[in-house]
Design a protein around this ligand. Structure first.
Ligand code: DGL
Length: 275
């Protein structure tokens, strides 16, 4: 029997989705990955539903045409605004970040009160609130638009970032949500801020990283794609093949991307998506 390693397509507006790829590589090393970062058109977090949906569907088609057998929408904004459109347009299964994040929050919360932080567009869509309410949880959503540029600037452990996080979380945990016991990181960039978020969030709060929850959801689905052929052990021992595509500067993708992925990115191919 011939063995095929499954190819997983990971899509994000830019570099941030590499936080999801990072966890995927840790927990599903026996797959190959193609990553598409729409760096020419980021940020998605301040764009309209129609624009984000159009961009995301184009990216999904690109990944499918390059062999993706499963699509992971690592971008919280794209998932929140356009998950249904992407799923309708795709021929392969699609996993977004919102449901796995909500599911993880539901499983750890004791008092069923959750704070979610994300981009303006994610928060305006109320995708997390709907996903949490459908699981019987109450949610306060808080847009934190300054955090994406601060992370991209590399101001991870910086006094300014800490102060801004403090202001955002203070507002998020106010007015009846001071007792919320889970903080959901509803943006690809926020996992890099976990140490500062941990310091600033109330001590009783558990932080749920939707990147981790999503990677676990993918692991649950991917079993069906993993063949059980006689060469399986041999093939699975080999390292994942990684391909990166970016719509803007490949140098910048390599430079910034390494911060999110946690290891060097060698080859990035430039993609010119026609409008
Ligand atoms: N990837 C986006 C998200 O997770 C953040 C960056 C952007 O706004 O494009 O919401």
């Amino acid at each position: 029997m011939t063995l095929r390693r499954p190819t997983i397509g990971v899509f994000d507006s830019g570099f941030g989705g590499l936080t999801v790829l990072k966890v995927l590589l840790e927990i599903i090393p026996d797959a190959d990955y193609i990553y598409f970062g729409d760096t020419a058109r980021l940020p998605y977090g301040s764009k309209s539903v129609d624009t984000v949906a159009r961009y995301a569907v184009e990216a999904a088609h690109y990944l499918e045409s390059h062999g993706a057998e499963l699509l992971v929408i690592a971008c919280n904004t794209a998932t929140a605004l356009a998950f249904d459109q992407i799923t309708a347009a795709a021929r392969v299964p699609v996993i977004g970040v919102v449901d796995p994040g909500a599911e993880a929050a539901a499983s750890v919360s004791k008092n069923k009160r959750i704070v979610v932080v994300g981009t303006e567009a994610t928060v305006a869509s109320h995708a997390y609130r709907k996903a949490l309410e459908s699981r019987g949880l109450a949610a306060r959503e808080k847009a934190c638009p300054l955090l994406v540029p601060l992370v991209e600037e590399g101001w991870i452990e910086h006094a300014v970032t800490e102060e801004i996080v403090r202001i955002y979380l203070c507002e998020a945990f106010a007015d009846g949500f001071h007792d919320a016991d889970v903080l959901v990181l509803g943006c690809t960039h926020y996992p890099l801020l976990k140490p500062v978020l941990r310091r600033v969030a109330p001590a009783h709060v558990t932080i749920v990283d939707s990147a981790e929850s999503t990677a676990r959801a993918v692991a649950g689905r991917i079993g069906k794609l993993l063949n059980r052929g006689e060469n399986a052990q041999e093939e699975r021992r080999s390292l994942p093949r990684l391909k990166f595509f970016a719509t803007d500067s490949v140098d910048k993708f390599r430079r910034l991307g390494e911060r999110f992925l946690g290891h060097p990115i060698e080859k990035v191919q430039h993609v010119d998506l026609k409008e």
